[in-house]
Design a protein around this ligand. Sequence first.
Ligand SMILES: COc1ccc(-c2cc(=O)c3c(O)c(OC)c(OC)c(O)c3o2)cc1
Ligand SMILES: O=C(O)CCC(=O)C(=O)O
Ligand SMILES: [Fe+2]
Length: 356
Amino acid sequence: MEEGGEKQWSSLIVPSVLEFVKENNFTTVPSRYVQSDQEKAEILDDSSLSSEIPIIDMKHLCSVSTMDSELKKLDIACQDWGFFQLVNHGIDSSFLEKLETEVQDFFNLSMEEKKKLWQRNGEFEGFGQVNIVSEDQKLDWGDMFILTTEPIRSRKSHLFSVLHPSFRETIETYSYEVKNIAKILFTKMASVLEIKREEMEDLFDDVWQSIKINYYPPCPEPDRVIGLTPHSDAAGLTILLQVNEVEGLQIKKDGKWIVVKPLKHALVVNVGEILEIITNGRYRSVEHRAVVNSDKERLSVAMFHSPGKETVIGPAKSLVDKEKQCLFKSMSTQEFFNAFFAQKLNGKSHLDLMSI
Ligand SMILES: COc1ccc(-c2cc(=O)c3c(O)c(OC)c(OC)c(O)c3o2)cc1
Ligand SMILES: O=C(O)CCC(=O)C(=O)O
Ligand SMILES: [Fe+2]
């Protein structure tokens, strides 16, 4: 493998949870999915705090009369929460309904159809898992499907060509719309942080965007499993749609897990580790997880936005010049993801490797 190549991004192959649920009549989950008591011990649920998760209005952010106060809200949301819900983002509701229906249909394809879209040896795109590094590692109660959507030259034609044409078109439209939202948000963040606009634009000019569709089947013992292991996203910015309005996403704040209540057609935006690095720690990438439900399936669509693979990431020069203290090392996006995908996910331990 060439240095800086992608080989380490492949993951051990694991069975589909949805297929297991469809094919077995069971009341006790297999041991490979059962989280240990120690891991469960630190869980403190406090859903009453969920209403405090900031809501940012994109229209207010873009209109002259309301921009300043909305920018302040955005700044506080990114510093204190690392998460916010974005409303009035401009994506048409009927289009989002179509996306939601097609995503559900996609996971209901037969196993024979899904196999055509399964991860290939040494690759991470398609149906499958990432970050599974050992045979005895506990598994999440969920399936996922990953695709690179931008830059267009990086799209895997063996996957795109197998997608149903209508679903492919929907993904392409959604990718375009969400990329534009991400770019607006990056520009707004640069303005409030006083990072030079061109510096931020240069970083995300050749944006690398991936879509990850998550499917969490119902589970008869939801408290013994986890839908998605606690982690913080490696990306610059993640923009997530909670597809069927079933609760499950939780973020860690002050040692407590807080529910992100699904708001119909709102987009959940979160700061990823790369943005934490670029902002020299001013914006925080926050640990989050997905829990599962005993009688309802849950679906979500995450879109990750990062600088191009060859781009060097590090604290923005215009920020560090003012602050004088640089908290993180610099490296290419590719090298950063090599480290991210090479290890089992475990909260925020990965970002510590980047600290100076
Ligand atoms: C087990 O739970 C998880 C597995 C993977 C990820 C995840 C986080 C990311 O930030 C991320 C990403 O940024 C990305 O874009 C380059 C990507 O496509 C290659 C990912 O698959 C990805 O996965 C989170 C939780
Ligand atoms: O399903 C969710 O709500 C969370 C998904 C997530 O955090 C991810 O895909 O990185
Ligand atoms: Fe995530």
